[in-house]
Design a protein. Structure first.
Lengths: 109, 457
C-alpha cells in the first residue's frame, strides 16, 4: 500500500465511513494471519519503496501521513491514492486488518 | 533558460501521464457495514472505477480447500487476482474468490524448460522464482502486479514481433470446475477445454496451476528515445526486427512518439537511471491551450534525451512509473495498425480532446488460444488511457468506433462495449468457447452481469 499525501486527495468521507474507519483502529490486532496478508500485499511496494511508496518503519517518510490522522490513512488505503490501488492489493483484508497494517508500517505497532 | 533545458525521456513520459487535465470525478464510497463490525470494505479494481459488495470472500490455501468451498457454497462466484482489469470481469454480489494464497513454484523440468506455478503467483514474484531455477518468461507486460491466473485469463501481453501473449506460452493447466471437479489440461488431454482455458475470462472455473514454456534467463538492453510517429511507422518493420521488444507511445496532439525498445545483450547489468522529474515539462504542457500543445511538444521534442540501461529481463520490461488510469485497448491486424493509429491521432486532434496521456502501440505475435486477441495472426495493440480521476467515457466513446472499422478485438481486461453478437464475428472459435463454458458451468455460477452479456447467456 502506498499511503501518500499528494495532488490527488480523495473527496471528503461520509460520516458513517469515518466512524467505521476510526472503530477499526480500536480493535486492530497484528496477528500471524494479518502478517501473512501484509507480506503478500503491502510488502509488494512498501519494502523497497517502489512507485514512491514510503518504506515500512521509515518514520520520517510516514510523519506527514500520520499527522493527517488514522481515518485519512484508512481512506487512502480503501480508495487508493496516486499509484497505490484501492485495498493495496489485499482483496481479502477487512478494516481491522488494514488498521493493524497501517500501525505496523508507521512504527506504531 | 528553457532553450538549454534537457528533458529526460522517462521524466517526460511520467509528466504527461500525470498531467492534470479534464474534469475530475467526484464522490466517495463508504463501507456498507455498521460501526464496530469487523468490516470488509467494498471491493474495487486497480483504477477504482469498479466497485462491488460481495456476500463473502473465499480465500482457499489449498486446492482441497477450494474444492470444498465450491461444493459447499451456492450462488455466483467470481475469482479475483490483482484487480487490474478495467472491464467488469470481477464485480459480484456473490462470492469473491481470492487466489492470493495459492502461490509459488510447484515443479519444473530443466530439459523441457517448463515450470508449473500456482495460479495466484504474481508476475512480480514469478521472475525471481524462475530465475532461481534457471528459467525466465519470454515476455512480460509493463505492469507486473497481476496474478498469473488473471494475466492469462485476459491474454495479457507485452510487445515483440516474434513474442506471444502470456497465454501463448501456457503448456498445461489445472482447472477446478464450478462443481469442484479437478481437471488437468494440456494440448493432448482435454484439448478443447485447454484451448478455451488459456484465455478463459475466469468463466470456466478456477484455474489453480499454470505450466509455462520458458527460456534461459537473459539480460535486456533498454533504450528510450523521441522520434516522429510517422518515422517510427515507416521504419516499424525494421525497428521491430532489430529490437526484440519494441513499442512506441505517440504523444497526443503532437507529431512525436516516445519509443521504448529492448534487445537481448550479454553485457553486464547497468540499470537505467530513473531521475526525479522536476515538473517543468508538465507545467509547460498544462499552461498551454490544447490547440497549441502539439506545437509545444514538437518544439521541445529535440530537448528530450534518450535513455539507456541494462537489466535482467523481468526487471527491464516492467515498471511502476504511472499513476492509476483506466484503459481501452483493441488489437487490429498488424497491417491495419498504421492507418488505425493515424485515424485515432487525427480524431483526437480534430476534436481537441483535452488528454495528454500518450497512446501505446505494441505488436504481438499470433497464438492459438480460442479467444486470445491474437488468435490466428500477428496483431498490433493500440491503447488509450485516461487518468483514474477523470471520466473516461468521452475519450473512449470517441475512439472505440475507430477500432471497429479496422477489425479490432477488444482486450478482455480493458474497457469495451462488445457483446456476443459482435464477438462471434471477430473470433472463429467464439461459439466453441461459449459451448465449453456452458458445458462446464450450466448453472452460470461463474457469470456476472458483464460476462452474461459478453457470452450471451
Amino acid at each position: 500500500m502506498v499511503v501518500l499525501a499528494g495532488c490527488s486527495e480523495p473527496p471528503e468521507l461520509e460520516p458513517l465511513a469515518a466512524e467505521n474507519y476510526a472503530a477499526a483502529f480500536e480493535t486492530a490486532e497484528m496477528t500471524p494471519a494479518v502478517q501473512k496478508k501484509w507480506a503478500r500485499s503491502c510488502a509488494l511496494c512498501h519494502v523497497r519503496g517502489e512507485g514512491g511508496a514510503p518504506r515500512v518503519g521509515d518514520l520520517q517518510a510516514w510523519a506527514p501521513r500520520v499527522a493527517g490522522g488514522d481515518v485519512r490513512m484508512m481512506q487512502h488505503t480503501v480508495e487508493g491514492l496516486n499509484r497505490m490501488p484501492p485495498l493495496g492489493y489485499c482483496m481479502d483484508c477487512d478494516l481491522d486488518d488494514f488498521a493493524a497494517m497501517i500501525h505496523l508500517m508507521t512504527g506504531r505497532h | 533558460m528553457l532553450s538549454r533545458r534537457r528533458f529526460l525521456a522517462n521524466s517526460v513520459l511520467a509528466a504527461l501521464w500525470s498531467a492534470m487535465t479534464g474534469s475530475a470525478l467526484t464522490g466517495s464510497a463508504m463501507p456498507g457495514t455498521a460501526v464496530g463490525q469487523a468490516a470488509a470494505p467494498p471491493w474495487r479494481n486497480w483504477s477504482g472505477h469498479l466497485k462491488a459488495n460481495p456476500a463473502s470472500r473465499l480465500v482457499p490455501s489449498t486446492e482441497d480447500e477450494l474444492v470444498s468451498m465450491l461444493q459447499s457454497t451456492r450462488g455466483a462466484i467470481r475469482p479475483v487476482g490483482a484487480g487490474h482489469s478495467f472491464s467488469p470481469l470481477v464485480p459480484t454480489d456473490g462470492h469473491l474468490l481470492v487466489l492470493d494464497n495459492l502461490n509459488g513454484l510447484v515443479s519444473h523440468d530443466r530439459q523441457a524448460m517448463t515450470a508449473e506455478l500456482m495460479a495466484g503467483t504474481r508476475l512480480s514474484d514469478a521472475g525471481a522464482l524462475l530465475d532461481d531455477i534457471g528459467q525466465a518468461m519470454y515476455n512480460l507486460p509493463d505492469i507486473d502486479r497481476q496474478t498469473l491466473a488473471g494475466a492469462i485469463a485476459t491474454a495479457t501481453h507485452g510487445t515483440g514481433k516474434h513474442l506471444k501473449s502470456l497465454s501463448g506460452y501456457v503448456n498445461n493447466m489445472r482447472l477446478v470446475t464450478p462443481f469442484g471437479d479437478v481437471v488437468d489440461l494440456d494440448a493432448h488431454n482435454n484439448a478443447d477445454v485447454f484451448h478455451a482455458a488459456r484465455v478463459s475470462l475466469g468463466a470456466l472455473g478456477i484455474v489453480t496451476r499454470i505450466g509455462f514454456k520458458n527460456r534461459a534467463p537473459f539480460n535486456l538492453l533498454g533504450r528510450t528515445w523521441m522520434e516522429k510517429t510517422k518515422t517510427v511507422i515507416d521504419q516499424f518493420e525494421a525497428l521491430s526486427s532489430e529490437w526484440q521488444h519494441f513499442e512506441m507511445m505517440p504523444l497526443l496532439h503532437s507529431d512525436y512518439a516516445l519509443v521504448i525498445a529492448h534487445k537481448e545483450t550479454s553485457d553486464a547489468i547497468s540499470p537505467m537511471v530513473e531521475e526525479e522529474d522536476d515538473g517543468a515539462f508538465l507545467k509547460l504542457v498544462n499552461a498551454t491551450p490544447v490547440a497549441l500543445r502539439g506545437t509545444l511538444i514538437n518544439t521541445l521534442a529535440s530537448d528530450i534525451e534518450p535513455a539507456e540501461g541494462i537489466d535482467v529481463s523481468y526487471k527491464s520490461l516492467t515498471n511502476l512509473r504511472f499513476d492509476r488510469f483506466n484503459e481501452m485497448e483493441y488489437s487490429v491486424p498488424a497491417a491495419s495498425g498504421p492507418e488505425c493509429l493515424e485515424e485515432i491521432l487525427d480524431t483526437v486532434k480534430r476534436e481537441a480532446t483535452d488528454v495528454t496521456i500518450p497512446l501505446e502501440y505494441r505488436i504481438v505475435d499470433a497464438d492459438d488460444a480460442w479467444i486470445s486477441m491474437f488468435n490466428g495472426g500477428r496483431r498490433v495493440s493500440i491503447s488509450v488511457h485516461r487518468l483514474a480521476r477523470y471520466d473516461y467515457q468521452p475519450l473512449f466513446g470517441l475512439v472505440e468506433p475507430i477500432f471497429w472499422k479496422y477489425g479490432g478485438r477488444p482486450h478482455w481486461g480493458k474497457v469495451h462495449t462488445l457483446g456476443r453478437q459482435q464477438l462471434q464475428e471477430l473470433y472463429p472459435r467464439f461459439e466453441d468457447f461459449v459451448f465449453i463454458q456452458q458445458s462446464l458451468d450450466p448453472e452460470g455460477r461463474m457469470l456476472n452481469r458483464h460476462l452474461a452479456y459478453v457470452l450471451g447467456r
